[in-house]
Design a protein around this ligand. Structure first.
Ligand code: F0G
Length: 347
């Protein structure tokens, strides 16, 4: 029997024993060897493929916790601001729990797959004429004034659930990796990983990456109009800014930024060379290692094993994939014409 995440780590999560667990059987995602990336980067690269969660992103780890607790506390509805993945996950878990889901997303800036998910799970989707940061401010305000549970990562239960990814990595490797590379938006996930690693008495180097056009933490100031092809991390005022900064500095790691071009190149490389299709934002964690090289610890050692967190599945964002991929070859329905296209010059 597949075991819900909350049951697997019940001794490390504060869930009341009589609470009904809301689960879609999240977690237990694979660590995938990436030989071509490893060769390119010069270390053993393992991909923690969070795109294999039930709604296709790491958000499900936190959402099983947040929705279980919301339901236990008697909530009838949940709400979040989102660049798409939190919305998809909140919508699915709300449906599962029999709660109303409301999601506020920036108009025209969420990937098609994520929108499709929220709609199919029956959530009320509000398309905001504004960006994620504005959506989060509105959601904070609404939840103060109305009886609706907030399930963004400012909800502490979300981070509790997300820390389990660090447990899984340590359990599988029989200890921590030397370093972890991760894309940073609101800073919730990197904060959660650090919490998980510390609870296991480990401290790998944390290496965080933001997109150049949405890099408030790297720049040390709010970005009023964040822009990047990596729409999931298009955030100018991270909700977990300070916690993310502390986690990274306590680990001895660093946070840097990468350009959209570097993100897209890494996104295509890992799909075409190592066969793993992630969404563009995740590729920031790969692009950063390619661009900046391996982080060096305080003791001067270079990591040998690095886990890169691929936070969401590539199928979430078909539009970026189709525009970045090679040309499609159109052919008449004739075997010779097709043979020519397959085997002929220029194929
Ligand atoms: N990768 C993906 C695919 C994401 O969807 C997000 C955040 C992140 C990385 C960054 O994680 O915010 O914890 O630092 N997505 C949020 C959302 C903002 O609304 O889906 P973070």
């Amino acid at each position: 029997m597949t075991v819900p995440l909350i049951e697997r780590y019940r001794d490390r999560l504060q869930v009341p024993s009589d609470a009904e667990v809301v689960t879609l059987y999240e977690g237990s995602t694979p660590l995938i060897e990436a030989p071509r990336l490893s060769e390119r980067i010069g270390a053993r690269i393992l991909l923690k493929f969070e795109g294999l969660n039930p709604t296709g992103s790491f958000k499900d780890r936190g959402m099983t916790m947040a929705v279980t607790m919301a339901k236990a506390e008697g909530a009838e509805a949940v709400i979040c601001a989102s660049t798409g993945n939190t919305a998809a996950s909140a919508s699915a878990y709300a449906a599962r729990a029999g709660l109303h889901g409301v999601v506020i997303v920036p108009e025209g800036k969420i990937a098609a797959g994520k929108l499709a998910q929220s709609l199919m799970h029956g959530a009320k989707v509000i398309s905001l004429k504004g960006n994620f940061d504005q959506a989060l401010e509105i959601v904070r305000d609404l939840t103060e004034k109305h009886p609706i549970a907030l399930v963004n990562s400012i909800n502490p239960h979300r981070l509790e659930g997300q820390k389990t990814a660090a447990f899984e990595i340590c359990d599988e490797l029989d200890g921590p990796p030397d370093a972890l590379s991760i894309p940073v938006g609101n800073g919730g996930n990197v904060t959660a990983y650090w919490k998980g690693f510390r609870e296991y008495d480990t401290s790998p180097l944390l290496y965080g990456f933001q997109a150049e056009g949405a890099a408030p933490i790297v720049r040390g100031e709010r970005v009023e109009k964040p822009e990047t092809v990596a729409s999931a991390i298009r955030i100018g005022n991270p909700a977990r800014w300070k916690e993310a900064e502390s986690a990274i500095s306590e680990s001895g790691g660093a946070i840097e930024m990468v350009t959209d071009r570097q993100i897209l190149d890494a996104y295509r490389f890992v799909a075409s060379e190592d066969g793993v299709f992630c969404e563009p934002s995740c590729a920031a964690s790969l692009a950063g290692l390619i661009e900046y090289g391996l982080p060096v610890a305080d003791d001067g050692k270079t990591p040998e094993t690095v886990v890169c967190v691929l936070t969401g599945h590539g199928l979430k964002d078909p539009d970026t994939a189709i525009s970045e991929g090679p040309e499609v070859v159109t052919c008449e329905a004739d075997s010779e014409v097709v043979a020519d296209a397959v085997f002929g010059a220029g194929s």
